[in-house]
Design a protein around this ligand. Structure first.
Ligand SMILES: Cc1cc2nc3c(=O)[nH]c(=O)nc-3n(C[C@H](O)[C@H](O)[C@H](O)COP(=O)(O)O)c2cc1C
Length: 180
């Protein structure tokens, strides 16, 4: 099972990217996570271009989403919403339908108490516009993320267990959809 991990941050040293990297180490046998690292290369969404010739970076993202059995998005919260770079990527993916009925984990992570819950709510609404399938066990906010990660990975056993359950729910959704 191939899972594309899509962060909502382009910041060097991003805790959301760190969480996605740590998640790869928790993946059960047969589940392979690939990190999407080209978010900053996507041009600004332009409906006219989307209808004619897709920019190469967008076509590459679309191909990677299409080839993945499932997607995991982990985003910070900026000004009570999801960062523009992530919304931009998701807007590009509307016309392809790549996320249609695709199992998607929707996570937010933040160094503070809220965990980016408002960004997560917005992300979930956007994913519902894509008709993505977000299993209940695969969507939650991660507060105090910096204290729960160390260089070796996830150092909080409760978070590790929640993340494993999210991966299992994605795998079940992929199998139910007839994949893998
Ligand atoms: C422009 C900006 C706006 C932010 N707004 C919020 C916010 O509304 N809520 C919140 O919990 N954190 C907010 N933060 C703090 C981010 O959650 C924090 O910087 C986080 O580490 C970013 O994620 P990253 O480490 O993956 O880059 C904001 C940060 C920036 C730079």
């Amino acid at each position: 099972m191939r899972v594309l991990a899509l962060p909502g941050s382009v910041r060097a040293g991003s805790s959301n990217v760190a969480l996605l990297r740590a998640l790869a180490a928790l993946a059960p046998d047969g589940v392979q996570l690939e990190l999407y690292e080209d978010l900053a290369t996507l041009p600004m969404f332009a409906p006219d271009t989307a209808d004619t010739a897709l920019p190469a970076a967008v076509a590459a993202l679309s191909a990677r989403v299409a080839a993945a059995d499932a997607v995991i998005i982990c985003t910070p919260e900026y000004a009570f919403g999801m960062p523009g770079v992530l919304k931009n990527a998701l807007d590009w993916l509307v016309s392809s339908g790549d996320l249609y009925e695709k199992p998607v984990a929707a996570l937010s992570a933040s160094p503070n108490e809220g965990g980016g819950a408002r960004a997560l709510g917005w992300l979930r609404e956007t994913l519902s516009a894509h008709h993505a399938h977000v299993p209940e066990a695969a969507t939650f906010a991660v507060p105090f993320v910096r204290k729960r990660l160390d260089p070796a990975g996830v150092c909080d056993p409760a978070l590790a267990s929640t993340l494993r359950a999210a991966l299992e729910s994605l795998r079940a959704a992929v199998i139910a959809r007839g994949g893998c």
